[in-house]
Design a protein around this ligand. Structure first.
Ligand code: EPU
Length: 342
């Protein structure tokens, strides 16, 4: 096991902010992970995956353990279903491409989401009408304090909108080492309905030639994302910085009198979801730049680092947005990315 000291994390977070880890170890096998966890014993650690859903505010005092476990394996193929086991360090979009090449359906709507497979369940990644939980079968975890390995089922993970047990009662408790997905095997069955209900996805599909299939869905999603969302390799960002707030329908009815254009999506009988991007846009932040920190010009939900912004500077923009939205609409918008303070 190798420990690097005063290790620069700029390359390991998609915001591209400069921050140092006091101690950093990369692990490429379960054995190495066991050793590292044993070495640090009861110390609080920072488990790093693809670094695509976090904003590092300060240098990290906690030892950083970078999960680089690799491997993708088809485990079971029967009755038109396939169980695919993917190690935590595999890049998510590569997994989507693997599935399309192999004719496995279920995650094509989730194309081009940055990050690694092991961190995907933590925030239950979702886009264009599909969430990770729709195809999640189980995940293997290692307990940080004991090194004990176990398997968590879908029910155990308590998935919600951008939420899971890993953000709540199990926060910091486990390292997710691999994830199993249950997908449709289109090599043997045609019993699969493409998920193209999301308005813009349907429109983009109509523009593309050829039959409607999983490949075309992925291509449409890739086109939409490329047009609307900044590529973290070019402009630092962590996707949606805020969650879309869920409010009571009665609150919505009051608000819409003052803001007749206010969009909403139904959650259940009593609640609706409001696009935070709209609230931020209407509050005048879209495309704004404060030094190197700013708001993306095509999607107000995404904060960006134009170059040398620090975590603190980006956080300040976020706090100002939250205040302005609260003042104008009375709605609290919560951050979706994890704020890493130490
Ligand atoms: N809108 C604006 N101005 C903006 C942005 C959005 O007015 O600058 C309004 C528009 O009315 C638009 C609506 O917001 O119709 C919704 O926008 P969009 O369809 O782009 O979706 P979103 O709610 O902004 C969510 C996810 C995205 C995901 C898309 C597509 C969250 C927090 N974000 O964004 O996820 O790709 O839906 O499914 O739920 C991510 O989590 O990092 C992410 C990018």
């Amino acid at each position: 096991m190798e420990i690097k000291h005063h290790y620069q994390l700029k390359e390991h977070n998609t915001f591209g902010v400069s921050a140092f880890a006091k101690a950093y170890s990369a692990v490429t096998s379960l054995q190495q992970l066991r050793e590292v966890l044993g070495f640090y014993c009861e110390q609080e650690l920072f488990i790093l995956g693809g670094g695509s859903n976090m904003l590092i505010i300060n240098d990290l005092e906690r030892p950083v353990v970078h999960i680089m476990l690799k491997g993708t394996e088809v485990q079971k193929q029967e009755n038109g279903t396939v169980i695919l086991k993917v190690m935590a360090g595999e890049n998510w979009h590569e997994v989507v491409l693997f599935c399309i090449q192999n004719n496995f359906a279920g995650i094509e709507n989730l194309a081009l989401i940055p990050g690694n497979t092991g961190t995907a369940p933590i925030q239950n990644i979702g886009a264009y009408g599909v969430e990770l939980k729709d195809v999640f079968y189980s995940c293997d975890v290692m307990e940080v304090s004991t090194g004990k390995e176990s398997t968590l089922s879908k029910a155990d993970c308590k998935f919600g909108y951008r939420d899971s047990i890993f953000k709540n009662e199990a926060l910091g408790k486990y390292v997710i080492t691999s994830v199993k997905f249950e997908l449709k095997d289109l090599n043997v069955t045609q019993e699969y309905t493409l998920n193209t209900n999301y308005g813009v996805l349907q429109e983009e599909m109509n523009q593309l030639p050829g039959n409607n299939d999983i490949n075309k869905v992925a291509q449409a999603v890739i086109n939409i994302r490329t047009n609307k969302l900044p590529d973290p390799r070019i402009i630092g960002n962590s996707g949606s910085f805020f969650k879309n707030p869920i409010i009571l329908r009665s609150e919505y009815d009051d608000l819409v009198r003052m803001h007749p254009q206010l969009p909403c999506y139904e959650v259940d009988e009593d609640r609706v979801k409001i696009p935070a991007g709209w609230l931020i846009d209407q509050s005048g932040f879209k495309g704004k730049r404060y030094g190197d920190a700013g708001v993306h010009d095509k999607q107000a939900l995404v904060l960006v680092n134009h170059g040398k912004a620090t975590g603190k500077e980006i956080l300040e923009v976020a706090r100002n947005i939250q205040k302005a939205v609260k003042l104008r609409f009375g709605i609290v918008i919560e951050t979706e990315v994890n704020l890493i303070e130490n």
